[in-house]
Design a protein around this ligand. Structure first.
Ligand code: PEP
Ligand code: MG
Length: 593
């Protein structure tokens, strides 16, 4: 957290912008601070008492979570059940249970101290996971751990079921259970010490349309309930005790933002088409199949990326073929007749995937991850392919393999796919014989080989998040080199152009599913290159559509030619920004772009 400005009246901090919008209100400080734990040695005769305390706390935690689930069964957000399921599964985790009881009995450590040690080990393993989404799942363990610790100590959990006035909840971390139980009419924003862009608080805040700023490190130490607060979920700024000028400024920003959101609604049902008639397919990226509704409401014409990782996250062992099939099938049926692009597992490792043995890799970003892991863990891969193929009988499915680096890898995937198809045919199980098979272009190697790869598959989907990371050798999650993470770097423009040209020559489709697709200015550049299918967070669709509808695709040729001649990312940006100001003199610069 950065303390940006300090005046007599107000304090300003910068965190991670997790869910856009402005909220103004009073702090409701949720006491979810860690329970202070003192570790001490116990007498031998107290071992059974401490073990019993631990087991009783586990049982009580299980009961509490089930009660929350029962309360939620009539709740509008009941689809978020899976999150509580994850927490219930953590309570059954053998490492947690036997790890703690062993420390109690073998090292004679008190129950809270023993549990705290085990939680610390869990936390360390999660912190090493390179994938941001998976790393964030470590917070589930922390939340469950806090619950058990409170129950060992006999502390009552503070609940926020009813609030008397509009409040902004400030917490160390928010459990999904907390979020779901809240009175949404009174809660206008979330602020947390922990969390990143893909933490549960961020995901849920976005899906609830509530502004949120996360990752502020120690904001809970700076506020008390009742403190006046402004949060700007679009920029990640929060202001405590704002003076009247600041308050007026943000009231105006809030009014503009809300007006703009209403205005964007009018674009949801309109076609995504430029002035000169070029149609663009704007699709949604989903992390959870439950987000399908939101994708459709926002006017998505399909799912360009289903990140299937979530299915492997919320259970203590890999999901069965039937579970996966049912999940994919219900999504495919909801989205039909539009396509659903299902990406096979894209993780480097997951503690909860019992059958995958993780390597302790020095450089996990370049290690046994993603498609490499699937090709290594063939049984797991086959189960997923069977489930996807079976779901393909119920709508339009496209299958996609992540992090491809060469032709041999694609052929190995296709060979596996053919084996699975033969098995299904032998079992008389229906699937789409025409199922489109594509790959993600996320590595420099795939860019260089795009012409050869294009002969092997039906489509490309460019994952710009990883492509930028690997092309520019910049860790996408490392704030120290964030200044080098430049989507408009000439290397990236050339790579993107090369890929779409190779696709065009081979007569296959090329789409974009990285974050670049959701930036309105980038979308115009991508369109100029020839990308007519862009997949993004559902909330970004209307904003991109609005700009595209005011654009002449024919003007893109000259723009692109100019951009490709610039030598640095700054030169590209400068040219692009001045071209945009020229083309869209009426645009609201901070909102439309
Ligand atoms: C990407 O890398 O751009 C992408 C869409 O995949 P992920 O963000 O899941 O790595
Ligand atoms: Mg990726």
């Amino acid at each position: 957290m950065t303390n940006l400005a300090k005046s007599k009246q107000s304090l300003q901090f910068k965190g991670v912008a997790a869910s856009p919008g402005i909220a103004i209100g009073e702090v409701y400080l949720l006491d979810r601070q860690r329970v202070a734990v003192v570790e001490y040695e116990i007498e031998a005769e107290d071992i059974s008492v401490e073990t019993e305390r631990f087991h009783a706390a586990i049982e009580l935690s299980r009961q509490q979570l089930r009660d929350i689930q029962a309360q939620l069964s009539h709740h509008a957000q009941a689809e978020h059940f899976y999150i509580i399921d994850t927490q219930l599964m953590i309570l059954d985790d053998q490492m947690l249970l036997s790890g703690t009881t062993q420390l109690i009995s073998e090292q004679r450590i008190n129950a809270s101290g023993a549990l705290k040690r085990v939680l610390r080990q869990f936390r360390q393993s999660f912190d090493c996971i390179e994938d941001e989404y998976l790393r964030e799942r470590g917070s589930d363990i922390e939340l469950v751990g806090e619950r058990i610790l409170r129950n060992i100590r006999g502390k009552v959990q503070q609940q926020i079921t009813s609030l008397e006035r509009k409040s902004i909840v400030v917490a160390h971390d928010l459990s999904p259970a907390d979020t779901l139980q809240m009175d949404k009419k009174q809660i206008v924003g979330f602020v947390t010490d922990l969390g990143g862009r893909t933490s549960h608080t961020a995901i849920l805040a976005r899906s609830l349309g509530i502004p949120a700023v996360v990752g502020l490190e120690n904001i809970t130490d700076q506020v008390t309930s009742g403190t006046a607060i402004i949060i700007d979920g679009s920029s990640g700024i929060i202001i405590l005790d704002p003076d009247s000028d600041t308050l007026q400024e943000y009231l105006e920003k809030k009014r503009r933002y809300e007006f703009y959101q209403q205005h964007l609604q009018t674009f949801c049902e309109l076609p995504a088409q430029t002035i000169d008639g070029v149609k663009i397919n704007l699709q949604a990226n989903l992390e959870l199949p439950d987000e399908a509704e939101m994708a459709l409401v926002n006017g998505a014409t399909g799912i360009g990326l289903l990140r299937t990782e979530f299915m492997y996250m919320s259970r203590s062992e890999p999901p069965s073929e039937q579970d996966q099939f049912e999940g994919y099938r219900s999504l495919v049926e909801k989205i039909a007749p539009h396509p659903v692009t299902i990406r096979t597992l894209d993780v480097g490792g997951d503690k909860f995937v019992a059958d995958i043995s993780l390597l302790d890799e020095a450089n996990p970003a370049m290690g046994l991850r993603s498609i490499r892991l699937s090709l290594h863990e063939k049984t797991l891969f086959k189960i997923q392919l069977r489930a996807i193929l079976r779901a393909s009988a119920y709508g339009c499915v496209r299958l996609m393999f992540p992090m491809i680096t060469g032709v041999a890898e694609v052929r190995a995937c296709k060979e596996m796919l053919n084996q699975v198809k033969d098995e299904l045919r032998g079992e008389d199980i229906a699937f789409d014989e025409q199922l489109a098979v594509g790959i993600m272009i996320e590595t420099p190697s795939a860019v260089f080989l795009a012409d050869l790869l294009a002969r092997e598959v039906d489509f490309f989907s460019v994952g710009t998040n990883d492509l930028i990371q690997y092309c520019l050798a910049v860790d996408r999650g490392n704030e120290h080199v964030a200044y080098l993470y430049e989507p408009f770097h000439p290397t990236i423009l050339r790579a993107l152009k090369r890929v779409v040209d190779a696709a065009r020559q081979a007569g296959i489709k090329a789409c974009i599913c990285g974050e670049m697709a959701s930036e309105p200015m980038s979308s115009l550049v991508l369109l100029a290159m020839g990308y007519t299918e862009l997949s993004m967070n559902s909330c970004g669709i209307s904003r991109v559509k609005k700009l595209l509808r005011q654009w002449n695709a024919a003007d893109g040729n000259e723009l692109l030619e100019q951009l490709l001649q610039r030598s640095t990312a700054t030169e590209v940006m400068n040219y692009l920004e001045s071209a945009m100001r020229h083309h869209f003199p009426d645009a609201q610069v901070d909102l439309d772009f």
